[in-house]
Write a protein that binds this ligand. Structure first.
Ligand code: 4AD
Ligand code: MG
Length: 483
C-alpha cells in the first residue's frame, strides 16, 4: 500500500470526503493516551493525526513499543472523529514500529513533551527538527526560499551562482575565512619568510566569499537583471543575536537602474515575501503568533511587542516604508530624548556608523514603520558605492525593520571608471586585484544598483524568533560549529 502524507489528509476540510478511505501513514509518535489514542506527526505539517487502537487487537510486544519519539507505521480506515480537536482520525488495524525510542532516554532529551529552554534546544540541535517550534520555523524558512526564487523569476531576473571561493574582499571589511591546502605546520615560505601563497592550491590567497555582489554585477551588465542566493561567510567575532559566521544572502543586481529603482525593488520584494508567508504558511504562522503572545505575557508591559506577529507582517505589506537620508536621521537622533538624556550607549554625530540602538530608535520609536535610509557618508561604506554630487555621501541604502534593525544593505554602484579608480586608491585596493571589475566600466558602462537581503534576518522577522541561531538549521558562530 502507498504511504499517504499526513498534511494531505488534514488539509481536506470536508472530512466526509475522506471517510472510509484506507490509508497508510508513517511518522513519529508525539503522544499516547489512555492506551488508545496515538498522535503522529510526519513533519509535513504542524498538526498531528490521531490513530485509535483497540488494545485487544495487538500483541503485547508491539504495544510496549508505542512510546513517545518512536517511529511508527499505521494502516487503517479514516473515520470521522468524535473528539473535539480533530475532524478525522484513523481506525488502526495494522501497526508496525519502525524505530523504537527508549522512554528513559527520551526523558533526557527535548523530545519529552514539555517546555524546554532555547539553550537546551540548541544543544540538542540534532533533535530539534522534531519539535513543533522548529518544524514551524523551518517549514516557513523553506517557503520564503521558494518565494524568493518565485519573486525574481516572475519579475524577469536570472538566478546566477557566484563563487563561494574567491580572491576578492567585496565589502572591504577584512572579515574573511582563508581557504588553503598548505600544511599549517610547515607552509611554504617566500624569501621574506612569509607564507608563499603562490604554492597554495589556487596559486594565491583566497577566502570564502563575504558577498557575491561583484560577480553579480558582471552578470547584470550582460543579462540585465540577475540575483544570487547562496551561503555567505563572515569571520566577525561578534556573538550577537543577529550575526552568524555562515548565513544566506539574496543579492539582486539590476542594470540601467539608480538608487530609487533599488529602493522600489527592495520594498516591493519584502512586501511580496511577507504577503507570501501570510497567505501560504497560515498554520505555522498562527502557531508562532500564539506562542509569542504567551511568551509576551511573561515580560514586563513596557518590553512587550505593541503588535502581534501577524499584525507586524500585515503592517509591512500594507504601509509604505519611510524613506529618509542619513543626514536627516542624524538630526532626528540628535533631537531625540534618549540622546538628550544620554541613554544611548554610543555617541551620535554626523559621520558615525549607526549602531543598532540608533536604528531601532528610528524604526520602533520615531517612525514605527520600516525605514529606508540613504546617502551615507562615503567613509563608512564600501568602495563600490556611487559617489553623490556633494562629494561627501554615497548612494547607499539600508532597510531597517522593527525588532531586527538592518535587514537589507544595498546601493547604486559607481559606474564611472575614473571615480571608481580613485575610490580603489582611497581604499587601498590594488587595481590588479579587481582588473576584471574595473574593465566592465570601460565597455558600455551603465548605471546599476542592487542590494543584499539576509535570509536569516528575514526569517527572524517573519517567525518572530529573537535569536538568529534559531532560524538556521545548523548555526555557525564563534566557538560553535556543532553538527
Ligand atoms: O550590508 P551587507 O554587508 O551588504 C553586502 O554584502 C552587499 N554586498 C549587498 C549588495 O549590495 N549586494 O549585507 C547585506 C545583508 C545585511 O543587511 C544583513 O541582512 C545580512 O546581509 N548580514 C548578515 N546576516 C547574518 N549574519 C551576518 N554576520 C550578516 N552580515 C550581513
Ligand atoms: Mg550593511
Amino acid at each position: 500500500m502507498k504511504r499517504t502524507i499526513i498534511s494531505d489528509i488534514l488539509k481536506e476540510k470536508d472530512s466526509k470526503k475522506l471517510e472510509g478511505e484506507k490509508v497508510l501513514i508513517k511518522g513519529w509518535i508525539k503522544a499516547f493516551r489512555s492506551n488508545r489514542f496515538i498522535q503522529i506527526n510526519d513533519g509535513s505539517c504542524l498538526a498531528t493525526i490521531q490513530a485509535v487502537i483497540e488494545y485487544e487487537n495487538f500483541e503485547e510486544d508491539t504495544l510496549k513499543k508505542i512510546t513517545i519519539g518512536s517511529a511508527i507505521s499505521i494502516e487503517g480506515k479514516l473515520v470521522s472523529s468524535i473528539g473535539s480537536k480533530q475532524n478525522i482520525e484513523i481506525q488502526a488495524n495494522k501497526i508496525e514500529i519502525i524505530g523504537t525510542a527508549n522512554p528513559e532516554e527520551v526523558q533526557k532529551t527535548i523530545l519529552q513533551p514539555k517546555k524546554h529552554s532555547m539553550e537546551l534546544l540548541r544543544e540538542q540541535g540534532h533533535l530539534r527538527f522534531r519539535t513543533n517550534l522548529f518544524g514551524a520555523v523551518f517549514r516557513i524558512r523553506h517557503s520564503i526560499s521558494y518565494a524568493i526564487h518565485k519573486y525574481f523569476n516572475d519579475n524577469g531576473f536570472y538566478y546566477i551562482n557566484t563563487p563561494i571561493i574567491t580572491g576578492s574582499d567585496a565589502e572591504g571589511a577584512g572579515e574573511m575565512f582563508r581557504v588553503s591546502t598548505l600544511d599549517p605546520k610547515t607552509p611554504a615560505l617566500n624569501e621574506q619568510g612569509e607564507v608563499d601563497y603562490t604554492k597554495d592550491f589556487f596559486g594565491k590567497n583566497v577566502n570564502l566569499t563575504v558577498s557575491g555582489q561583484l560577480e553579480a554585477e558582471l552578470a547584470a551588465l550582460g543579462l540585465g537583471k540577475v540575483y544570487t542566493f547562496g551561503p555567505t561567510f563572515r569571520a566577525e567575532n561578534s556573538n550577537t543575536s543577529r550575526h552568524l559566521a555562515e548565513f544566506w544572502m539574496i543579492e539582486p543586481e539590476i542594470a540601467f537602474a539608480d538608487i530609487h529603482d533599488d529602493m522600489d525593488l527592495t520594498e516591493n520584494c519584502l512586501k511580496y515575501l511577507c504577503d507570501y508567508v501570510l497567505k501560504n504558511c497560515s498554520e505555522d504562522l498562527q502557531f508562532l503568533n500564539d506562542r509569542e503572545i504567551q511568551e509576551e505575557k511573561q515580560k514586563p508591559q513596557n518590553q512587550r511587542n505593541e503588535m502581534s506577529l501577524m499584525d507586524r507582517l500585515k503592517f509591512v505589506t500594507e504601509n509604505p516604508f519611510k524613506r529618509i537620508t542619513y543626514s536627516e536621521a542624524i538630526k532626528i537622533l540628535l533631537n531625540s530624548k534618549p540622546h538628550k538624556k544620554k541613554k544611548f550607549k554610543f555617541p551620535v554625530e554626523w559621520g558615525i556608523d549607526l549602531q543598532s540602538e540608533h536604528e531601532r530608535y528610528l524604526v520602533e520609536k520615531e517612525f514605527k514603520s520600516p525605514v529606508i535610509l540613504i546617502d551615507y557618508p562615503a567613509e563608512i561604506k564600501a568602495f563600490y558605492m556611487r559617489q553623490n554630487d556633494d562629494n561627501k555621501t554615497v548612494a547607499a541604502m539600508d532597510v531597517l525593520f522593527p525588532g531586527i534593525g538592518e535587514i537589507v544593505g544595498g546601493s547604486q554602484r559607481e559606474e564611472r571608471i575614473d571615480v571608481l579608480r580613485k575610490k580603489c586608491a582611497d581604499f587601498n585596493i590594488p587595481e590588479e586585484e579587481l582588473w576584471w571589475y574595473l574593465e566592465t566600466r570601460k565597455f558600455g558602462s551603465v548605471p546599476h544598483a542592487g542590494f543584499g537581503l539576509g535570509l536569516e534576518r528575514l526569517v527572524m522577522f517573519v517567525t518572530g524568533m529573537t535569536n538568529i541561531k534559531d532560524v538556521i538549521p545548523f548555526p555557525r558562530t564563534p566557538q560553535n560549529a556543532n553538527f
